[in-house]
Ligand binder design. Structure first.
Ligand SMILES: Nc1ncnc2c1ncn2[C@@H]1O[C@H](COP(=O)(O)OP(=O)(O)OP(=O)(O)O)[C@@H](O)[C@H]1O
Ligand SMILES: [Mg+2]
Length: 268
Protein backbone atom coordinates (compact mmCIF):
# COMPACT_ATOMS: atom_id res chain seq x y z
CA UNK A 1 0.00 0.00 0.00
CA UNK A 2 1.38 3.41 -0.90
CA UNK A 3 1.95 6.01 1.80
CA UNK A 4 -1.02 8.06 0.62
CA UNK A 5 -3.48 5.22 0.61
CA UNK A 6 -2.22 4.10 4.01
CA UNK A 7 -3.01 7.56 5.40
CA UNK A 8 -6.38 7.60 3.70
CA UNK A 9 -7.10 4.16 5.07
CA UNK A 10 -6.20 5.37 8.54
CA UNK A 11 -8.43 8.43 8.22
CA UNK A 12 -11.33 6.24 7.16
CA UNK A 13 -10.80 4.02 10.19
CA UNK A 14 -10.70 7.04 12.48
CA UNK A 15 -13.95 8.25 10.92
CA UNK A 16 -15.56 4.88 11.52
CA UNK A 17 -14.42 4.97 15.14
CA UNK A 18 -15.70 8.52 15.50
CA UNK A 19 -19.07 7.52 14.06
CA UNK A 20 -19.21 4.58 16.44
CA UNK A 21 -18.48 6.85 19.37
CA UNK A 22 -21.06 9.42 18.27
CA UNK A 23 -23.61 6.66 17.80
CA UNK A 24 -22.96 5.16 21.20
CA UNK A 25 -25.65 5.73 23.81
CA UNK A 26 -23.88 8.77 25.16
CA UNK A 27 -25.63 11.82 23.77
CA UNK A 28 -23.24 14.29 25.31
CA UNK A 29 -20.04 13.23 23.64
CA UNK A 30 -17.94 16.33 23.67
CA UNK A 31 -15.22 17.33 21.30
CA UNK A 32 -13.26 18.21 24.46
CA UNK A 33 -12.79 14.47 25.00
CA UNK A 34 -12.49 13.11 21.49
CA UNK A 35 -9.93 15.32 19.86
CA UNK A 36 -8.13 13.85 16.87
CA UNK A 37 -5.14 12.53 18.84
CA UNK A 38 -7.30 10.87 21.45
CA UNK A 39 -9.26 9.20 18.66
CA UNK A 40 -6.00 7.98 17.12
CA UNK A 41 -4.87 6.59 20.46
CA UNK A 42 -8.22 4.86 20.90
CA UNK A 43 -7.83 3.42 17.46
CA UNK A 44 -4.34 2.22 18.34
CA UNK A 45 -5.68 0.51 21.50
CA UNK A 46 -8.40 -1.10 19.38
CA UNK A 47 -5.94 -2.33 16.77
CA UNK A 48 -3.82 -3.93 19.52
CA UNK A 49 -6.90 -5.74 20.80
CA UNK A 50 -6.91 -3.92 24.17
CA UNK A 51 -10.47 -2.80 23.45
CA UNK A 52 -12.99 -4.16 20.94
CA UNK A 53 -15.72 -1.56 21.25
CA UNK A 54 -16.52 1.59 23.11
CA UNK A 55 -19.84 1.88 24.95
CA UNK A 56 -21.75 4.66 26.61
CA UNK A 57 -20.67 7.24 29.11
CA UNK A 58 -20.52 6.26 32.78
CA UNK A 59 -19.68 9.61 34.24
CA UNK A 60 -18.26 13.02 33.44
CA UNK A 61 -15.83 13.90 36.20
CA UNK A 62 -13.92 17.10 36.89
CA UNK A 63 -10.88 16.07 34.85
CA UNK A 64 -11.92 12.99 32.93
CA UNK A 65 -14.78 11.20 31.22
CA UNK A 66 -15.44 7.55 32.01
CA UNK A 67 -16.81 5.24 29.33
CA UNK A 68 -17.70 1.60 29.19
CA UNK A 69 -15.80 -0.58 26.75
CA UNK A 70 -15.42 -4.28 26.04
CA UNK A 71 -12.60 -6.60 25.04
CA UNK A 72 -13.98 -10.02 24.19
CA UNK A 73 -16.02 -10.99 27.24
CA UNK A 74 -14.28 -8.51 29.51
CA UNK A 75 -16.14 -5.40 30.68
CA UNK A 76 -13.87 -2.40 30.85
CA UNK A 77 -13.89 1.20 31.99
CA UNK A 78 -11.98 3.81 30.00
CA UNK A 79 -10.95 6.94 31.83
CA UNK A 80 -10.12 9.62 29.28
CA UNK A 81 -8.53 12.73 30.74
CA UNK A 82 -9.58 15.82 28.83
CA UNK A 83 -6.59 17.71 27.53
CA UNK A 84 -8.33 21.04 27.02
CA UNK A 85 -10.16 21.30 30.34
CA UNK A 86 -7.80 19.54 32.72
CA UNK A 87 -6.49 21.61 35.59
CA UNK A 88 -2.93 21.00 34.65
CA UNK A 89 -1.45 23.55 37.09
CA UNK A 90 -2.75 21.46 39.98
CA UNK A 91 -1.56 18.31 38.22
CA UNK A 92 1.91 19.82 37.93
CA UNK A 93 2.01 20.57 41.69
CA UNK A 94 1.19 16.98 42.56
CA UNK A 95 3.68 15.65 39.98
CA UNK A 96 6.53 17.84 41.17
CA UNK A 97 6.41 16.51 44.72
CA UNK A 98 6.58 12.93 43.49
CA UNK A 99 10.09 11.60 42.82
CA UNK A 100 8.70 9.25 40.16
CA UNK A 101 7.52 12.19 38.05
CA UNK A 102 9.34 15.22 39.38
CA UNK A 103 10.92 16.20 36.07
CA UNK A 104 7.82 16.27 33.92
CA UNK A 105 7.67 19.53 32.01
CA UNK A 106 6.21 20.70 28.78
CA UNK A 107 2.93 20.78 27.02
CA UNK A 108 -0.47 20.22 28.58
CA UNK A 109 -0.62 16.95 26.71
CA UNK A 110 2.66 15.74 28.23
CA UNK A 111 1.52 16.67 31.74
CA UNK A 112 -1.84 14.95 31.31
CA UNK A 113 -0.04 11.85 29.95
CA UNK A 114 2.25 11.80 33.01
CA UNK A 115 -0.82 12.13 35.22
CA UNK A 116 -2.50 9.19 33.46
CA UNK A 117 0.66 7.13 33.91
CA UNK A 118 0.71 8.12 37.58
CA UNK A 119 -2.84 6.83 38.06
CA UNK A 120 -1.94 3.60 36.27
CA UNK A 121 1.11 3.08 38.52
CA UNK A 122 -0.79 3.98 41.69
CA UNK A 123 -3.55 1.48 40.88
CA UNK A 124 -0.91 -1.15 40.12
CA UNK A 125 0.81 -0.57 43.43
CA UNK A 126 -2.46 -0.55 45.39
CA UNK A 127 -3.46 -3.82 43.75
CA UNK A 128 -0.07 -5.37 44.53
CA UNK A 129 -0.53 -4.75 48.25
CA UNK A 130 -4.02 -6.26 48.17
CA UNK A 131 -6.35 -3.27 47.98
CA UNK A 132 -9.49 -3.77 45.89
CA UNK A 133 -9.18 -1.28 43.03
CA UNK A 134 -10.12 -1.48 39.34
CA UNK A 135 -7.54 -3.73 37.69
CA UNK A 136 -5.31 -1.48 35.54
CA UNK A 137 -4.99 -2.97 32.06
CA UNK A 138 -3.29 -0.44 29.81
CA UNK A 139 -2.62 3.24 29.31
CA UNK A 140 -1.88 5.37 26.31
CA UNK A 141 -1.33 9.10 26.55
CA UNK A 142 -4.49 10.44 28.28
CA UNK A 143 -6.41 7.13 28.22
CA UNK A 144 -6.47 4.66 31.11
CA UNK A 145 -8.01 1.23 30.53
CA UNK A 146 -9.17 -0.67 33.61
CA UNK A 147 -11.70 -3.26 34.69
CA UNK A 148 -15.29 -2.09 35.15
CA UNK A 149 -16.53 -2.30 38.73
CA UNK A 150 -20.05 -3.69 38.85
CA UNK A 151 -21.96 -6.41 37.09
CA UNK A 152 -23.86 -6.87 33.84
CA UNK A 153 -26.93 -5.03 35.04
CA UNK A 154 -25.38 -2.06 36.76
CA UNK A 155 -22.19 -0.25 37.51
CA UNK A 156 -21.30 -0.22 41.19
CA UNK A 157 -22.70 2.88 42.96
CA UNK A 158 -20.57 5.37 44.87
CA UNK A 159 -20.62 4.83 48.63
CA UNK A 160 -22.45 8.16 49.03
CA UNK A 161 -25.47 6.71 47.22
CA UNK A 162 -25.74 3.55 49.32
CA UNK A 163 -27.80 3.09 52.49
CA UNK A 164 -26.16 0.63 54.87
CA UNK A 165 -27.44 -1.09 58.00
CA UNK A 166 -25.44 -0.05 61.08
CA UNK A 167 -23.65 -3.41 61.27
CA UNK A 168 -22.62 -3.17 57.63
CA UNK A 169 -21.53 0.43 58.10
CA UNK A 170 -19.23 -0.68 60.96
CA UNK A 171 -17.80 -3.48 58.82
CA UNK A 172 -17.23 -1.22 55.80
CA UNK A 173 -15.66 1.50 57.96
CA UNK A 174 -13.19 -1.05 59.40
CA UNK A 175 -12.33 -2.31 55.93
CA UNK A 176 -11.65 1.18 54.64
CA UNK A 177 -9.52 1.97 57.72
CA UNK A 178 -7.56 -1.21 56.90
CA UNK A 179 -7.10 -0.13 53.28
CA UNK A 180 -5.82 3.32 54.30
CA UNK A 181 -3.33 1.59 56.59
CA UNK A 182 -2.15 -1.01 54.04
CA UNK A 183 -1.84 1.60 51.31
CA UNK A 184 0.27 3.73 53.65
CA UNK A 185 2.35 1.12 55.46
CA UNK A 186 2.93 -1.31 52.61
CA UNK A 187 2.13 0.56 49.44
CA UNK A 188 3.88 3.70 50.72
CA UNK A 189 1.11 5.78 49.16
CA UNK A 190 -1.54 8.23 50.32
CA UNK A 191 -4.74 8.27 48.24
CA UNK A 192 -5.11 12.05 48.66
CA UNK A 193 -8.75 12.32 47.53
CA UNK A 194 -10.44 9.63 49.57
CA UNK A 195 -14.12 10.15 50.30
CA UNK A 196 -17.54 8.58 49.79
CA UNK A 197 -17.29 9.79 46.15
CA UNK A 198 -14.17 7.77 45.34
CA UNK A 199 -15.22 4.54 47.00
CA UNK A 200 -17.59 2.27 45.04
CA UNK A 201 -19.80 -0.32 46.70
CA UNK A 202 -19.63 -3.53 44.71
CA UNK A 203 -21.58 -6.57 45.87
CA UNK A 204 -21.35 -5.54 49.51
CA UNK A 205 -17.66 -4.62 49.42
CA UNK A 206 -15.84 -1.28 49.08
CA UNK A 207 -13.60 -0.67 46.06
CA UNK A 208 -11.23 2.28 46.01
CA UNK A 209 -11.03 4.31 42.77
CA UNK A 210 -9.60 7.53 41.33
CA UNK A 211 -5.90 7.44 42.21
CA UNK A 212 -4.43 9.97 39.80
CA UNK A 213 -3.61 12.36 42.64
CA UNK A 214 -2.25 9.70 45.03
CA UNK A 215 1.26 10.49 46.23
CA UNK A 216 4.26 8.67 47.64
CA UNK A 217 5.14 9.23 51.31
CA UNK A 218 8.06 11.50 50.47
CA UNK A 219 5.73 14.03 48.83
CA UNK A 220 5.91 17.21 50.94
CA UNK A 221 2.12 17.22 51.35
CA UNK A 222 1.74 13.47 52.04
CA UNK A 223 1.02 13.90 55.75
CA UNK A 224 -1.55 16.63 55.16
CA UNK A 225 -3.29 14.51 52.50
CA UNK A 226 -3.36 11.53 54.87
CA UNK A 227 -4.93 13.65 57.62
CA UNK A 228 -7.53 14.91 55.16
CA UNK A 229 -8.37 11.40 53.86
CA UNK A 230 -8.82 10.09 57.41
CA UNK A 231 -10.92 13.09 58.43
CA UNK A 232 -13.15 12.78 55.33
CA UNK A 233 -13.86 9.08 55.76
CA UNK A 234 -14.46 9.33 59.52
CA UNK A 235 -16.68 12.39 59.14
CA UNK A 236 -18.86 10.66 56.54
CA UNK A 237 -19.41 7.51 58.64
CA UNK A 238 -19.99 9.48 61.82
CA UNK A 239 -22.51 11.84 60.29
CA UNK A 240 -24.46 9.27 58.30
CA UNK A 241 -24.28 6.16 60.52
CA UNK A 242 -22.87 7.39 63.82
CA UNK A 243 -20.03 4.85 63.60
CA UNK A 244 -16.24 5.15 63.56
CA UNK A 245 -13.86 7.97 64.42
CA UNK A 246 -10.61 9.39 63.03
CA UNK A 247 -8.79 8.03 66.12
CA UNK A 248 -9.81 4.48 65.18
CA UNK A 249 -8.16 4.86 61.78
CA UNK A 250 -5.00 6.43 63.26
CA UNK A 251 -4.76 3.60 65.82
CA UNK A 252 -5.10 1.00 63.07
CA UNK A 253 -2.36 2.72 61.09
CA UNK A 254 -0.06 2.81 64.10
CA UNK A 255 -0.74 -0.82 65.13
CA UNK A 256 -0.05 -2.05 61.61
CA UNK A 257 3.13 0.00 61.41
CA UNK A 258 4.43 -1.48 64.68
CA UNK A 259 3.53 -5.01 63.55
CA UNK A 260 5.31 -4.47 60.26
CA UNK A 261 8.44 -3.15 61.96
CA UNK A 262 8.49 -6.12 64.39
CA UNK A 263 8.19 -8.54 61.48
CA UNK A 264 10.97 -6.79 59.60
CA UNK A 265 13.24 -6.97 62.68
CA UNK A 266 12.46 -10.66 63.16
CA UNK A 267 13.26 -11.40 59.55
CA UNK A 268 16.48 -9.39 59.92
N1 LIG B 1 -13.43 1.25 36.95
C1 LIG B 1 -14.63 1.80 37.14
N2 LIG B 1 -15.74 1.02 37.17
C2 LIG B 1 -16.97 1.56 37.34
N3 LIG B 1 -17.21 2.88 37.49
C3 LIG B 1 -16.15 3.71 37.48
C4 LIG B 1 -14.81 3.21 37.31
N4 LIG B 1 -13.96 4.27 37.34
C5 LIG B 1 -14.74 5.35 37.53
N5 LIG B 1 -16.04 5.04 37.61
C6 LIG B 1 -17.18 5.97 37.80
O1 LIG B 1 -16.86 7.23 37.25
C7 LIG B 1 -16.83 8.23 38.27
C8 LIG B 1 -15.67 9.20 38.01
O2 LIG B 1 -14.45 8.50 38.06
P1 LIG B 1 -13.16 9.12 38.75
O3 LIG B 1 -13.51 9.51 40.14
O4 LIG B 1 -12.04 8.17 38.58
O5 LIG B 1 -12.91 10.37 37.80
P2 LIG B 1 -12.68 11.90 38.11
O6 LIG B 1 -12.60 12.64 36.84
O7 LIG B 1 -11.54 12.02 39.03
O8 LIG B 1 -14.01 12.27 38.77
P3 LIG B 1 -14.26 13.34 39.88
O9 LIG B 1 -13.63 14.58 39.44
O10 LIG B 1 -15.77 13.37 39.91
O11 LIG B 1 -13.64 12.74 41.13
C9 LIG B 1 -16.71 7.46 39.57
O12 LIG B 1 -17.25 8.15 40.65
C10 LIG B 1 -17.46 6.19 39.28
O13 LIG B 1 -18.84 6.39 39.46
MG1 LIG C 1 -13.52 10.85 41.54
Amino acid sequence: MSRRTKDEDFDTKIDVLRTRIKNSDDLNVQDAVFDKRTLMDLYSLASKGVIDALGGSVCTGKEANIFRAIAGEKKLALKIYRISTSNFCVMQDYLHGDPRFGNVKGTKRAIVAAWTKKEFRNLTRAEEVGIPVPHPIAMKENILVMSLIGNDECIAPQLKDVELETEDAKRIFKKIAGYISVLYNRGKLVHADLSEFNILYDGGEPVIIDMGQSVTLDHPQARRFLERDIANVAHYFKKKYNVGSPEEIWEKLERDREKMEENEKREG
